[in-house]
Design a protein around this ligand. Structure first.
Ligand code: NAD
Ligand code: UGA
Length: 435
């Protein structure tokens, strides 16, 4: 069996590499010539633990190929996955489907023999049926089915998430297509992964409902954290105390600066728009979107307050700028709201991130980038942890306190415990814990 994956970004590249690891001959296609040239040389354009080795191994075995030419990749493929971006459409927050529909047309022109066209991109309800219409219009003679197979991997843990998922969801309404999808995911049947076959609409909605639910969980604990600060409780105790109830679950109850990343922000707003269109509002999700947007700005206020209220002539040392650790992805990172607000308040901002600085430089003008955590906090009047990279969990605290102008640390990820910080002589501000 041979497949093609259209769009070689985070999801396309990880899915392509993992399918080839499952033994399927896979061709990854992208319009971006530079990206494909680099991949052919074994250079991975994104930071994702384990991906370089996986790509190298399967490319060497001849099971994983890269090309800019969609025609040869699609012709004769049993399945073609669409994994292009679906960013927020400017102005209204709907998912921008222009890349998906352009890919569908490209695929249609090159179909030969029976092919399953699969949406792996996160797409609103109705998209698979629209793709069916587009392909049919372009190629009335083509023999194909359209399936929805949303992806649930997390950046930073993408390979494990793909190879050992909690479940696979497949929207599919033809027996022939179901058989192709079963073959592709055969290794997951062997490890007893639940495979949920459903309608196209349910599958598309499952993806948005899952992301919105997780974003809601985070937003809930963030608001409880704010309340903890007022009443003198510790949000870690509260999260553990509620999370041990199996009905609630312990994951995604880590309070922080608000969720960011390439998906939760865009997918929550897109779900709100879909629901409005169908006159069936999802008010909880709308509230989550609003609360999370405000929260990122409030985090800048916390740092400004810790710096004494006026940052003119003061230096802020920033540790971590990516939206979470183990990725270089800067899309919708809280740092993109927080750092400009600090600069606006008159601060000199020095920042360090283990892998995100190259990407961040383009997005955060006015920041001085330094090569390690200690250089970032040296002579700073306040330091702030924005991303919980492992290397920030084990800083030499006495050294940090000594090289700062004032030992003030705003820890937006609750990396340290209160007793250690007190002992090291810090004025320590964290999230949802007594000062
Ligand atoms: P990305 O921006 O990293 O990659 C998209 C790629 O598609 C780019 O390389 C672009 O050049 C290419 N492309 C666009 N149009 C093309 C075309 N017509 N032909 C060939 N290539 C084309 O995007 P991503 O983060 O991988 O996300 C892709 C989709 O997967 C989105 O819908 C996203 O919501 C969803 N998703 C992402 C993640 C994640 O962790 N990033 C997880 C689950 C689902
Ligand atoms: C998220 C989902 O977890 C994936 O299942 C999904 O496939 C993906 O979106 C997607 O659709 O693209 P990802 O964005 O890579 O994955 O990262 P997460 O680990 O979910 O973190 C998202 C944001 O929430 C980060 O900013 C993170 O710091 C924040 N977060 C997460 C918290 O603030 N608290 C938590 O307890 C968990």
């Amino acid at each position: 069996m041979r497949i093609a994956v259209i769009g070689t970004g985070y999801v396309g590249l990880v899915s392509g590499a993992c399918f080839s690891e499952f033994g399927t001959e896979t061709t990854c296609v992208d319009l971006d010539q530079t990206k494909i040239e680099r991949l052919k040389k074994g250079e991975i354009p994104i930071y994702e633990p384990g991906l370089e080795d996986l790509v190298a191994k399967n490319a060497k075995a001849g099971r994983l190929n890269f090309t800019t030419e969609i025609a040869s990749a699609v012709a004769g493929a049993s399945a073609v996955f669409i994994a292009v971006g679906t960013p927020s459409r400017r102005g209204d927050g709907h998912a921008d489907l222009s890349y998906v529909y352009a890919a569908a047309k490209d695929i249609a022109r090159n179909l030969t023999g029976y092919t399953v066209i699969v949406t792996k991109s996160t797409v609103p309800v109705g998209t698979a049926r629209e793709i069916e219409r587009i392909v049919r219009a372009e190629r009335p003679d083509a023999d194909f089915d359209v399936c929805s197979n949303p992806e649930f991997l997390r950046e930073g843990a993408a390979i494990t998430d793909f190879m050992r998922p909690d479940r696979v969801v497949i929207g599919c309404e033809s027996d022939r297509a179901r058989e192709v999808m079963r073959q592709l995911y055969r290794p997951l049947y062997l490890i007893e992964t639940p495979i949920v076959f459903t309608t196209l609409e349910a599958s598309e909605l499952i993806k948005y409902a899952a992301n919105a639910f997780l974003a809601t969980k985070i937003t809930f604990i963030n608001e409880i954290a704010d309340l903890c600060e007022k009443v003198g409780a510790d949000v870690h105790d509260v999260a553990r105390g509620i999370g041990l109830d199996g009905r609630i679950g312990r994951k995604f109850l880590h309070a922080g600066p608000g969720y960011g990343g390439s998906c939760f922000p865009k997918d929550t707003i897109a779900l709100v728009r879909t629901a409005e269109e169908h006159n069936s509002p999802v008010r909880i999700v709308a509230a989550v979107v609003e609360i999370n947007d405000k929260r990122k700005r409030q985090m800048a206020e916390r740092i400004i307050d810790a710096g004494g209220g006026d940052l003119t002539g003061k230096t802020v040392g920033i540790l971590g700028v990516t939206f979470k650790p183990n990725t270089d992805d800067m899309r919708d990172a809280p740092s993109l709201d927080i750092i400009p607000a600090l600069l606006k308040a008159g601060a000199r901002v020095k920042a360090y991130d283990p892998v995100g600085m190259h990407e961040a430089e383009k997005l955060l003008p006015g920041v001085e980038w330094v090569e390690d955590a200690y250089k970032a906090v040296e002579n700073a009047d306040v330091a702030a942890i924005l991303t919980e990279w492992n290397e920030f969990r084990a800083l030499q605290l006495p050294r940090v306190a000594e090289i700062m102008n004032r030992p003030v640390l705003v820890d937006l990820r609750n990396v340290y415990n209160l007793a250690d910080m007190a002992q090291a002589g810090f004025e320590y501000h964290s999230i949802g814990r007594p000062a």
